[in-house]
Write a protein that binds this ligand. Structure first.
Ligand SMILES: O=C(O)C(=O)C[C@]1(C(=O)O)C=C[C@@H](O)C=C1
Length: 357
């Protein structure tokens, strides 16, 4: 078929797509009206998870599932903006990995507000200045983000979704590689690129700052003093810096897990994850007995972290992730049993256990 004929067919299809999208938007508007009347959450991660799964199941065309998901991410982003002016809090400045994780989950049509640190992100959601916040919880090479874990202890917020984001760090600067005297970055990014830094820049000063995007801003500001930064390519672009090397992290599959925090839990989807925190009574065997609650009921525990309680020296709070939803029969029984061995149990949230980054 000649090119102009094919383009005519594409135009006709695009006209149909626009009509279909408009029809979808009408229905989404109706959903929004019902949700507001019944005081339901506008963002419905359980519905998004089942919708994306259904698209994967029916997709038999040339487009890979990843592309279909990306298109629908933006369609659902428009829906969220249409139903309400959804506001999402992330770690400032623009271009941080947290910002990129937030966009991966909520798309480009919702509003974003930057907090200067993670405590402020929690606070903006708790004070209802934002509907949801995005915070990192763990990295596949560097482990837990302890600051986020600590913030959950006193927060009334819940976890309603998770985001997995592949992290590819770049070395960026406004100067040449041989002129670099100082490299700025976030401690997690330094940790994720440790071996590369020791090999390539053993003599250079490493300065920790609050985010990788902030590091890029400093690399620009102090270029004349020999400054460079480690962080996302987007931060280089936003600050007009050159990328001197890509993919410098020690693990090729370096991935960070982020959490979406909000006021309410997410309903069951059939493939969920539950995050809890607890502290045990100061008695022999109490931690073992607490953990046996999961084993007895065959509930899989996928993660455990401990943090100082900050109330008394050598007293700890444990963070555990479980397979299943807290309303699932076995998980709920395991949590009841756990309660009998603990001085405190807090369910942080149950949310869809997505596995693709
Ligand atoms: O079904 C809903 O609850 C909607 O609000 C619609 C919709 C969609 O566009 O399909 C939009 C946002 C939600 O997070 C999930 C789904």
């Amino acid at each position: 078929m000649p090119l102009n004929e094919i383009r005519k067919k594409i135009d006709a299809l695009d006209n149909k797509l626009i009509d279909l999208l408009a029809e979808r938007a009408e229905l989404v508007h109706e959903v929004g009206v019902i949700k507001k009347k019944e005081n339901l959450q506008i963002y419905a991660p359980e519905r998004e998870a089942s919708l994306l799964q259904r698209l994967t199941d029916i997709n038999g065309g040339r487009l890979p599932d990843k592309s279909v998901h990306a298109i629908y991410r933006e369609i659902m982003s428009c829906a969220l903006a249409l139903e309400d002016d959804l506001k999402i809090a992330y770690l400032a400045p623009e271009g941080t990995w947290t910002h990129q994780a937030a966009i991966k989950k909520f798309g480009h049509s919702v509003e974003y507000t930057a907090g200067s640190n993670f405590a402020e992100v929690f606070d903006m959601v708790a004070r209802r200045k934002c509907d949801y916040g995005v915070v990192p919880i763990e990295n596949s090479t560097e482990g837990a983000v302890s600051h986020t874990l600590d913030l959950f202890v006193d927060s009334p917020l819940h976890i309603c979704a998770q985001i997995l984001l592949r992290i590819d760090h770049c070395l960026m600067a406004g100067i040449e590689r041989k002129e670099i005297k100082t490299i700025y970055s976030h401690p997690q990014a330094f940790g994720q690129s440790k071996n590369w830094l020791l090999r390539e820049f053993p003599e250079v000063d490493l300065v920790e700052v609050s985010s990788t995007a902030k590091a890029a801003e400093l690399a620009k500001e102090f270029a004349a003093d020999g400054a460079a930064a480690i962080g996302p390519a987007l931060a280089a672009e936003l600050n007009g810096l050159s990328i001197l090397e890509t993919s410098i992290q020690d693990s090729a599959t370096n991935t960070t897990r982020f959490l979406v925090i909000g006021e309410k839990f997410c309903p069951q989807t059939g493939k969920d994850r539950t995050s809890i925190l607890f502290s045990v009574r100061d008695r022999p065997g109490s931690l073992v007995k607490a953990l046996q609650s999961f084993d007895h009921l065959n509930v899989n525990m996928s993660k455990i972290e401990s943090r100082p309680s900050k109330q008394r020296d050598w007293e700890y709070i444990f963070y555990v992730d479980l397979a299943g939803h807290c309303e699932d029969e076995l998980v709920s029984q395991a949590l009841e049993e756990l309660d009998t061995h603990c001085s405190m149990v807090k369910i942080l949230g149950s949310y869809p256990d997505i596995s693709e980054s």
